[in-house]
Design a protein around this ligand. Structure first.
Ligand code: LLP
Length: 427
């Protein structure tokens, strides 16, 4: 369903519209998102897991009202991790029972808001939170469905900041040492809670399914222990998100059906061996759904060749619209998309306009030597964790997100304006 290609003049087109026309209409920098591709990815995930499983899109990757409506129409559920994401979901009409609420430090107000709205599940992340959610649910006269997030002790081979299943980090309750089992004991005793399952998320931008398989194996070990100790079989397991996407040609992502197959098989096998009935599986992909669907369009400004080193190509955005290169050493590619060029390739670094040397968008790239101010560059695969982590550093105005479909472009998140900036400054 990808509708991105080049026309006969070498100009990038998306959904039938050229990059040059889009830049003219919406300005730069801007994110352009291929709605058909987004919807197709939702369907691929839903179909891969089938009717005995649930797919929760991880809203942290990118969330807006339009996205919520697409998810709703494509039959996906939604994972939120803050009051802000929750109100966006509810406001756009996502039924509360299709929402899962996450976070290692949900505030009392957020828990209250979630329980009152009737979210389908709250994923409990600490002993204190078990007591807190039970108390709030009871005070509202409700029994809240919950899962317990466990730390399975898998080293996911990804950047340290986005790996989450090793033990020395802030999320979840460790299986090792019995914390997770103790959490289950406590949750089962509390009237305000209905414990429906165990949750594990091992990290993000992962290519190898074996980490998920080990996690599934360990989670099922806990289900068995719970059955033996309490005589209850928890009906659900959630194996989190984290499936990697291709940012460069070195990356080799798995397809949703591969992960669905691997997970379903191992859960099935292990449950059979343990004499457990098959639980309902859920997963929470964020990046794998939205990441590949969007690119950022920039206009080239200053070009500075450094003799014997490389050429610094400055664009009209930077770390305020894509912090991932600076934060995780993330790799991206970039291409000249407003014309073709036969000029020699020149070693370039695409940098932003912010006041620090770490403000790099693409560290190493070859761009044509005749690159000139006013040319348009596209950086693909910026749909996940770029707009959602965008900042106003240096009082930058955060770029819009434009959804393109069947030759029509529609702003779904508008560009910030100077008035937006000044409105918050009330001093
Ligand atoms: N479920 C839970 C509980 C999570 O914490 C996350 C991501 C996901 C699902 C979705 O993971 P995904 O499928 O998108 O990999 N800002 C970082 C990524 C942080 C991920 C945080 N949690 C980045 O730009 O790479």
């Amino acid at each position: 369903a990808r509708t991105v290609s080049r026309n006969e003049d070498g100009v990038l087109t998306i959904g039938g519209l050229t990059a040059t026309a889009l830049a003219e209409e919406f300005g730069t920098p801007a994110y352009f998102l291929d709605e058909a591709d987004f919807r197709a990815r939702c369907r691929a995930w839903a179909e891969a897991f089938g009717k005995d499983a649930d797919v929760f899109y991880a809203g942290k990757a990118f969330l807006s009202r339009a996205v919520v409506r697409w998810l709703k129409e494509e039959g996906l559920n939604l994972d939120v991790c803050s009051g802000g994401e929750l109100i966006t979901a509810l406001d756009a009409g996502m039924p509360a029972d299709r929402i899962a609420f996450h976070g290692n430090n949900k505030s009392v107000a957020e828990i209250h808001q979630a329980v009152e709205a009737g979210v389908g599940r709250i994923v409990l992340d600490s002993f204190q939170e078990i007591a807190r959610v039970a108390h709030i649910a009871q005070s509202l006269g409700k029994r809240q469905k919950v899962q317990i997030r466990v730390t399975v002790g898998v080293e996911a081979h990804t950047h340290e900041f986005i790996a989450t299943a090793h033990e020395d980090q802030k999320f979840g309750l460790a299986l090792a040492g019995g914390q997770a089992a103790e959490a289950v004991r406590r949750a089962l005793k509390l009237d305000g809670l209905e414990l429906i399952g165990i949750h594990s998320h091992i990290g993000s931008q992962i290519f190898d399914t074996s980490g998920f398989e080990v996690a599934a194996h360990r989670v099922i070990g806990l289900l068995k222990q719970i059955r033996d100790e309490h005589g209850v079989e928890l009906p659900e397991i959630d194996l989190g998100g984290g499936l990697g996407i291709a940012y460069t040609s070195d990356d080799d992502p798995r397809e949703p059906y591969e992960i669905a197959k691997a997970l379903t098989e191992i859960v099935h096998r292990e449950c059979e061996a343990a004499g457990l009935s098959m639980p309902r599986i859920s997963v929470e992909p964020g990046r794998a759904i939205v990441g590949p669907t969007a690119f950022t369009l920039y206009e080239v400004g200053t070009i500075k060749p450094l003799e014997g080193l490389r050429t610094y190509v400055s664009v009209d955005g930077g770390m305020s619209d894509n912090i991932r290169t600076a934060l995780y050493d993330a790799e991206y590619t970039v291409a000249l998309v407003s014309r073709t060029s036969d000029a020699e390739p020149m070693l370039s670094r695409v940098v932003g306009k912010h006041c620090e040397s770490g403000d790099i968008v693409v560290k190493d790239a070859f761009l044509p030597a005749d690159l000139a101010p006013g040319d348009l560059l596209a950086v693909p695969a910026t749909g996940a964790y770029c707009r959602s982590m965008a900042s106003n550093y240096n009082h930058a105005l955060r770029p819009p997100v434009v959804a393109v479909r069947d030759g029509e472009a529609r702003v779904i998140v508008r560009r910030e304006t100077e008035e937006d900036l000044l409105r918050l400054d009330v001093g």
